[in-house]
Design a protein around this ligand. Structure first.
Ligand code: B12
Ligand code: SF4
Length: 480
């Protein structure tokens, strides 16, 4: 079949700041179905909003659209356009995996693929081609004569080494301009699933509690391909738990050395508890080119940390920060404000602490109940939703009624948090020597240096313009 896959454009700050990465999920779907003689095209509307043409729609037998929560309204708008051409629409991704019924009941979506979609979508195509029984396709939901059908769940793919690399050749690769310290940056996924099941996160529900990982050989094969085919010298491992297995990290570092990939730098997500237990691993990461680690530091308040069910403590946060710095690995600190029972003092404590930590870069988010999370269920049960304007579920807009803080106050603290971090002269004009484990990394060009001063300012200004566009004055709040 001819399959057109669409990644909708984001309308939020991330999109405006150009935080665009190739949508690997659609890349994987395309590469898997191609192996089974289907033809695939991918359109990333985040790169060019005008790139969906009449010819593409006419060409396609079926159209698949990705939908995370903030892009769900946009995904529906595209589905509506496609429906005027009478083509079947399939939706997949985090949002619709949990709110499948709502998507189907709009009348704009024919099938929802729940969870990791490669095999499910392939089975759906086969069933449509052969006019077989839809009930046998695990992992999909649909309406049958107007009645909601949710087929049994499909287990997520287990052998990730056997999966082809994402079909980057179908994406407008030259247009993704991401860099890590001036070097062209490619994103990869080397594992799926998360055993931690934090309160505000849907990863464990989406991909399951079992961590499924690719081997070091397979990861470095993909890096080599990206290095030689496209010239990438920096890599972002976007999996939730790149460092879960220290053994895999050692094998990965050995494999990079074996293949002489020593002029590369990389970035990954990790957890403080895993790092502090594995100093040898952190040292090896630095030797193997780890430039920066994204740490979910979340809050400086133990009560709030407990609510998040992250199973981490302040002492581990401090130790992990110290450890990464000992080996010259930079930190991207991610913090959350706006827990349901959080007070003004608790929020200020976290903002002050983030400033003290002074990570290389910092991100604050407003606690947001994404479908599939325990937080979402609690907010629903306690009738705390302020609204379900999904495009505002971007971690930058208040969406929950809190006990002690109004939406306006949260918004104010959120801006204050960014302001205190990014509009800090020490931050704007300080340039630490860029070394990893004693190894100097390439000198930044003058343009890069100027850009690194202008960027925080422009982030902040774009951010202030963005955040204020929702009016909270008519929202009734619980007595305080
Ligand atoms: C990389 C990333 C980004 C990147 C860019 C996204 C990109 N182009 O890849 C950036 C930094 C821009 C980003 C931004 C944000 N992100 Co983000 N991001 C991720 C991350 C870490 C990896 C994405 C990835 O490559 N996954 C691997 C691929 C293989 O999986 P996948 O994309 O989900 O695709 C599979 C399935 O979803 C499904 N599928 C997807 N689409 C379709 C379509 C069809 C037709 C079918 C059949 C199947 C299907 O099949 C795919 C293959 O298995 C995920 C976490 C995660 N573990 O996935 C979060 C995640 C997607 N982000 C999330 C969020 C919340 C955000 C932000 C709001 C920021 C924030 N405050 O946290 C912004 C908003 C962005 C926006 N859309 O407007 C949430 C989404 C939750 C939700 N319900 O929407 C996630 C899941 C993190 C989390 N655990 O909470 N993000
Ligand atoms: S926040 Fe991180 S550790 Fe917690 S469930 Fe999500 S991906 Fe896993």
């Amino acid at each position: 079949m001819n399959v057109l896959l669409i990644s909708p454009a984001g309308s939020n700050l991330y999109a405006k700041l150009g935080a665009q990465l190739p949508p690997l999920g659609l890349g994987y779907i395309a590469s898997v179905i191609r192996e089974h003689d289907h033809k695939a095209k991918i359109i990333d509307l985040g790169i060019d909003e005008m790139s969906l043409t009449q010819t593409d729609i006419d060409w396609a037998d079926i159209i698949g659209i990705s939908a995370d929560t903030p892009r769900y309204p946009e995904a529906l708008r595209i589905a509506k356009l496609i429906k005027t051409h009478n083509k079947p629409v399939v939706m997949g991704g985090y949002h619709v995996s949990f709110l499948d019924r709502e998507a189907l009941e709009t009348g704009l979506v024919d099938y929802v693929v729940r969870g990791e979609g490669e095999m499910i979508f392939l089975n759906l195509l086969k069933t449509l081609e052969n006019h077989d029984d839809m009930k046998l396709v695990a992992g999909i939901s649909y309406l049958e004569n107007g009645v909601y059908q949710k087929n049994r769940d499909e287990a997520p793919p287990h052998d990730l080494d056997n999966m082809p690399f994402p079909a980057r050749d179908l994406l407008p690769i030259k247009h993704y301009k991401n860099q890590l310290n001036g070097l062209p940056l490619a994103n990869l996924i080397t594992s799926r699933g998360c055993p931690f099941n934090c309160y505000f996160c849907s990863s464990s529900k989406f991909g399951g509690l079992t961590w499924r990982s690719r081997s070091a050989v397979s990861i470095v094969d993909e890096m080599e391909y990206l290095y030689y085919t496209y010239g990438y010298r920096a890599f972002a491992f976007m999996d939730d738990n790149f460092t879960l297995s220290s053994r895999r990290i050692f094998e990965f570092a050995d494999e990079l050395e074996k293949r002489n990939l020593t002029d590369i730098y990389w970035w990954c997500f990790s957890r403080v508890d895993i790092l502090v237990k594995n100093e040898d691993m952190v040292k090896r990461m630095a030797e193997a080119g780890a430039y920066m680690v994204f740490l979910g530091l979340e809050s400086n308040n133990e009560t709030v940390l407990n609510t998040y069910n992250k199973h981490i403590h302040n002492n581990q946060q401090q130790q992990a920060i110290k450890l990464l710095r000992k080996y010259g690995i930079k930190i991207h600190g991610s913090y959350i404000i706006g827990d349901i029972h959080e007070t003004r003092e608790m929020v200020l404590q976290t903002i002050k602490w983030a400033k003290q930590v002074n990570a290389k870069s910092t991100q604050f988010s407003i606690l947001t109940p994404y479908p599939g999370t325990a937080l979402y269920e609690d907010v629903e049960k306690d009738k705390r939703f302020l609204h379900k304007k999904w495009e505002l579920y971007d971690g930058m807009h208040p969406v929950i009624k809190l006990d002690y803080l109004t939406p306006k106050e949260i918004q104010h603290f959120f801006i204050k948090a960014f302001q205190s971090f990014y509009l800090n002269p020490k931050k704007l004009f300080h340039h630490s020597p860029d070394k990893i484990n004693g190894k100097k990394i390439p000198e930044k060009s003058l343009t890069e240096k100027v850009r690194s001063i202008i960027r925080p300012l422009s982030v902040f200004m774009t951010f202030c313009r963005e955040i204020n566009h929702y009016d909270y004055k008519n929202i009734k709040l619980k007595d305080r």
